[in-house]
Design a protein around this ligand. Structure first.
Ligand SMILES: [Zn+2]
Length: 167
């Protein structure tokens, strides 16, 4: 994706309250991010632990959403709906996002299970180990990358959908 400055990041959010924008903390490694290898950008707030952020790139501009994590620490393993990685219970959490605009002011939100540290981007690059003599089909990792990116972009698009505005 195109490199983002902190100003770009702050201007990208479609569902954040003023208070959330004021108190948002950038990730500690922000200055060292290799944007060429990012399909989207996601992090947990280092201070406000329940908050997370995702920024995707659309044709027009970067679009960011604020997420809120439910309590993690479920007993059972679960699957992240973004990168489709099976995770131990403590590594997957339900994240909800307030809908943008008037739908969000009314209290509408949508949620899905994601990797608790929002590291889908990295997890999907860690392909499962191969059995001896197994040959990895060409393109397998690429397909997982494309799917992860597509599902994250679709989730952000759903946050932006506003049933109040007919199109
Ligand atoms: Zn994931």
């Amino acid at each position: 994706m195109r490199a983002l400055t902190e100003t770009d990041v702050r201007a990208s959010f479609v569902n954040a309250t003023e208070e959330e924008l004021e108190t948002m903390e950038m990730p500690h490694d922000f200055l060292f991010i290799d944007w060429d290898f990012r399909d989207f950008f996601a992090w947990r707030d280092p201070v406000f632990g329940k908050r997370g952020y995702v920024i995707v790139e659309t044709a027009a501009r970067a679009v960011g959403i604020v997420l809120r994590a439910s309590e993690s620490g479920r007993a059972q393993a679960g699957m992240c709906n973004i990168c489709r990685t099976m995770q131990p219970g403590a590594q997957v959490a339900l994240f909800t996002a307030r809908r943008a605009d008037s739908a969000g002011s009314r209290g509408d939100s949508i949620g899905t299970h994601m990797c608790v540290d929002l590291s889908c981007h990295d997890n999907v690059r860690l392909a499962p180990p191969l059995a001896p003599n197994e040959i990895r089909p060409a393109g397998q990792v690429d397909m997982r990358l494309d799917g992860t990116r597509r599902r994250m972009e679709a989730f952000v698009a759903r946050v932006q959908e506003n049933p109040d505005v007919a199109d």
